[in-house]
Design a protein around this ligand. Structure first.
Ligand code: PGA
Length: 212
């Protein structure tokens, strides 16, 4: 965000959505319109789409990083820049624990993949060496009921106090109409966007709000 001395991350988390064709259509729509500097924009497709998405980004030379929604480091290290770890849906549906997340974070770091660790509150323990966190309260995920920006900022501040240098993103029902209220908070370094990232134009509107 102009005027603020911080990185802003805008991360699209597609979860289980999109065929390869739909994924490539999204890249065609979003890639050419992304700002060349000032933001760190990442797309996290399904495993099936990762390679094609990566190729399309390279061919178009778009300012877009690629992330995975989990980690398999030896396979992914040539394709992804970042891996989302410990998303609440993985914690719930795949019994992922803090210990599993810590082990995966270690593997990610060893393979030069940025671990983005999702936490549900300031009490979730953070693995060593992790600098990028997404605070995603369960009640806000996919519900259309986001947290209050000031509260998200408070949680972020308390994580930063506890762990030192961190970048903390907010995730949970982010749209182009509310994203600015989050990224303008001093302690919030960007957003992790689920549903609203699926439609290219809506995602671009979010990116635009973050570039203002
Ligand atoms: P949502 O999902 O934006 O659809 O609430 C966020 C997430 O699960 O990362």
């Amino acid at each position: 965000m102009a005027g603020l001395d911080k990185n802003i991350w805008v991360i699209a988390n597609w979860k289980s959505n999109k065929t390869i064709k739909e994924a490539l259509e999204w890249i065609d729509c979003v890639g050419p319109k992304l700002p060349k500097q000032g933001l760190k924009v990442v797309v996290c497709p399904t495993f099936v789409c990762l390679e094609e998405v990566k190729k399309a980004i390279l061919v178009g030379n778009f300012p877009l990083m690629v992330g995975s929604q989990d980690l398999s480091p030896r396979i992914l290290k040539d394709v992804v820049d970042l891996a989302i770890l410990g998303h609440s849906e993985r914690r719930e549906n795949f019994a992922e624990t803090d210990a599993t997340v810590a082990a995966k974070a270690k593997q990610a770091l060893a393979h030069h993949i940025i671990p983005l660790v999702c936490v549900q509150s300031a009490d979730t323990p953070l693995p060593q060496g992790v600098n990028l966190i997404a605070y995603e309260p369960i009640f806000a995920i996919g519900t259309g009921n986001p947290d209050i920006p000031q509260n998200a900022s408070k949680v972020s501040a308390s994580l930063k106090n506890k762990y030192g240098h961190l970048e903390v993103l907010y995730g949970g029902s982010v749209t182009h109409t509310n994203v600015r209220s989050f990224v303008k908070q001093e302690n919030i370094n960007g957003v992790l966007v689920g549903k609203a990232s699926l439609e290219g134009e809506e995602f671009l509107a979010i990116v635009k709000e973050c570039s203002k």
